[in-house]
Design a protein around this ligand. Structure first.
Ligand SMILES: NC(=O)c1ccc[n+]([C@@H]2O[C@H](COP(=O)([O-])OP(=O)(O)OC[C@H]3O[C@@H](n4cnc5c(N)ncnc54)[C@H](OP(=O)(O)O)[C@@H]3O)[C@@H](O)[C@H]2O)c1
Length: 335
């Protein structure tokens, strides 16, 4: 079978690197172009030594050199940059944006959290790429907005109970993320001595990802992110008030109803998920506990895989007609 050609725009960062790592296992794909401003002209292993010899012929180009020689364009760019290029790439093929530019359904919603939108018409066309909820729409989409990393964990964790109307009031969430969640560009607050052996909440007066969670859960989410001194992984603890008390078997029934047939969601019941159990994989581990009239849902994902590049490939597989876990069957590295 002929391979599907993909271009990765913004391929020198963490999500671009994980797309390249995961596409190696896919075999139905040929990566034809990669871009970077800083590494233009350089080879892949100059930027990602762990990919030595995997893509010997690929050289980083600038965005303006990218032509219509790909079927799919993955945008691993910062928000505010994807919106400047998405329209052009849609003339060439289908687009999966890993950033936030097309995730929120309204221009006002976007501009409240991110600033002015340069291509609001495309917001209407974009499909939110959370396959477990929107698989049918994703199949036909030209433009997929890959969800944020925190929202992936929180929406998947809370959705069955919210949707079944089994909880009431605000959804309260504490999430902890590894440092790669902030991307590869250096900054003082992400410097090793600042992060190592440290742990704290950030954006305590409001984080942009709340809007995405509110939109897809249809309820108010009270969300506090924390910076965890690990490379990758998100653990979200979600607290919801039950309308009527649920026990373990009620919860199992609800979560199996939504995720029983899913390839990546592992419902682990009344036990603790852990970031090491999903590291490097597209798995979503969901556990729970009941505490009085509160149900506590715990979700672990890898922010760069199910939270970004793995989910983008899952969306790509759906759009291109591959089996959904193609290229995504790897197991976690443990310990
Ligand atoms: N990291 C995560 O866990 C995660 C999870 C979910 C979603 N996301 C989203 O995915 C996107 C990429 O994240 P990341 O973590 O991979 O970021 P990153 O490590 O900072 O990489 C960003 C990439 O974009 C390129 N770039 C930056 N500014 C550019 C510009 N003005 N014009 C052209 N290229 C530019 C960079 O290349 P050069 O600097 O070499 O040109 C680099 O290749 C972001 O929107 C992020 O919010 C990230």
């Amino acid at each position: 079978m002929e391979k599907i050609r993909v271009a990765i725009i913004g391929a020198s960062g963490y999500t671009g690197g994980d797309l390249l790592r995961l596409f190696y296992y896919h075999r139905g794909v040929e990566v034809v172009s990669v871009t970077s401003r800083r590494f233009k002209g350089r080879g892949i292993s100059d930027v990602f030594p762990y990919l030595k010899s995997i893509y010997p012929d690929l050289r980083f180009k600038s965005i303006t050199e990218i032509r219509d020689d790909a079927d799919f364009y993955f945008l691993s760019l910062p928000h505010g940059v994807s919106m400047l290029h998405a329209r052009k790439f849609l003339e060439y093929g289908r687009v999966i944006d890993l950033g936030a530019d097309f995730r929120l359904k309204s221009r006002e919603g976007y501009e409240k959290w991110y600033g002015e939108h340069q291509d609001p018409q495309l917001i209407e066309e974009a499909v939110y790429g959370l396959p477990e909820l929107y698989r049918e729409k994703i199949k036909e989409a030209r433009l997929v907005a890959n969800p944020g990393c925190y929202p992936t964990s929180v929406i998947l964790g809370a959705y069955p109970l919210v949707k079944e109307n089994l909880v009431e009031g605000a959804v309260i969430v504490d999430s902890k993320s590894g440092v790669t969640g902030a991307g590869r560009s250096p900054s003082e607050s992400l410097h090793f001595p600042e992060v190592n052996e440290n742990f704290y909440p950030y954006k305590i007066n409001g984080h942009r990802h709340k809007a995405e969670m509110d939109e897809h859960l249809g309820t108010d989410v009270i969300f506090t992110p924390h910076l965890l001194p690990v490379d990758r992984g998100i653990l979200s603890s979600i607290y919801m008030k039950m309308k009527e008390k649920l026990n373990n078997s009620n919860l199992k029934e609800v979560y199996e109803k939504y995720y029983g047939g899913e390839k990546f969601v592992r419902v682990i019941g009344n036990s603790s998920p852990a970031i090491k159990n999903v590291r490097g994989t597209n798995f979503v581990d969901i556990g729970w506990a009941v505490d009085g009239d509160i149900v506590k849902i715990f979700v672990a994902i890898d922010n760069l895989v199910k939270g970004a590049s793995g989910q983008a490939i899952q969306n790509f597989n759906i759009m291109a007609g591959f089996v959904e876990n193609r290229g995504l069957k790897n197991l976690p590295l443990f310990p």
